[in-house]
Design a protein around this ligand. Structure first.
Ligand code: SAM
Length: 296
């Protein structure tokens, strides 16, 4: 608890408009016990490759991407954001740094990866060093609603499946706009609420998965416009995500023994239930995914 408390205060000091305390705590706690974590990634790589050999970024790619659609999804966002070898790229809410490393590996660009959770930020930095990409990818532990960068610092900004955790979407989009140079591009994917999503279901997603607030496709389009983005594009990915989420639920089941060893059996069953609830909402068409982009 003390760690969480200190993190809150360091984030709060830096923030222009601090996140609500409960939101910070629940996001940090959710990812502190996430089935995808640094140790699990390394164990999976060791099972595939054996230990003792030096690792390359590509050895991690099947395991270090905590979003839907894998590398192809990152590549599509990179194209929407205009990522090129000379681009200065920001990955907001970077998790274990998988997408940031892929961008550096694939395009040869430099990437700054920002992550709130201290364990994940430290893990991202360690994995990046391990595969020798630390000259291309820097990791900062910071809150996306108070980015620790000067105005117009980046050419492209990306984010995947993370803004659902941030209630103040206007501020996070405003921060992305502030750190992009004029003409720079933002591209992100996120969960989206569809018309039949009920209040009780929203409340459960908030309590169980730290999904603080969910936007609609039109809501995001309007928020991007208000944040000053032009040429806004919004795509509904819900149909694409449905089979991806089914296989992700299977992947979490396959991680049963590891997850129990790391976090205990009750937690494993709780997570299965929560994830099943989430996938059920997607199957029912109450929840989906969207891809968004715009020019600063
Ligand atoms: C589903 S994971 C996605 C990680 C990464 N984008 C990927 O695709 O592998 C969402 C991440 O967002 C981070 N996050 C949530 N709220 C944040 C905030 N306010 N600032 C920075 N990171 C945040 C979480 O800690 C978590 O690591």
């Amino acid at each position: 608890m003390w760690e969480t408390f200190s993190v809150y205060h360091s984030v709060r000091r830096a923030a222009r408009r601090p996140l609500p305390y409960d939101d910070i705590v629940s996001v940090i706690e959710f990812y502190d016990r996430h089935p995808i974590n640094e140790a699990q990634v390394l164990a999976a790589v060791a099972r595939r490759r054996g230990s003792g050999t030096s690792l390359r970024a590509s050895d991690l790619f099947d395991f270090d991407q905590d979003h839907y659609g894998g590398l192809a999804a990152v590549e599509t966002l990179a194209r929407r954001a205009g990522v090129a070898p000379a681009a200065r790229v920001l990955d907001v809410c970077a998790g274990l740094g998988g997408p940031a490393r892929f961008l550096a590996y694939r395009f040869g660009c430099r990437v700054a990866a920002v992550e709130l959770n201290s364990g994940r930020a430290a893990g991202a930095a360690r994995l990046t060093r391990l595969v020798g990409l630390d000259r291309h990818v820097v990791v900062a532990r910071a809150d996306a609603t108070a980015l620790p960068f000067a105005r117009a610092r980046f050419d492209a900004c990306l984010s995947q499946e993370a803004f659902l955790h941030i209630a103040d979407k206007a501020t996070v989009l405003g921060e992305c706009r502030r750190v992009l140079r004029p003409g720079g591009r933002l591209a992100f994917t996120d969960w989206i609420a569809r018309p039949r999503l009920g209040d009780l279901e929203r409340q459960r997603l908030r309590e169980w998965m730290a999904a603080t607030t969910l936007q609609t496709i039109d809501g995001y389009r309007a928020l991007l416009g208000r944040a000053g983005f032009t040429t806004v594009r919004a795509e509904d990915l819900s149909d694409e995500w449905r089979p991806i989420l089914r296989s992700r639920r299977e992947m979490y089941r396959a991680l049963r023994d590891e997850t129990i060893a790391r976090f205990g059996e009750p937690w494993y069953h709780d997570y299965q239930q929560v994830y099943g609830f989430f996938v059920g909402l997607v199957e029912d068409g109450k929840l989906g995914g969207g891809r968004f982009s715009g020019t600063a």
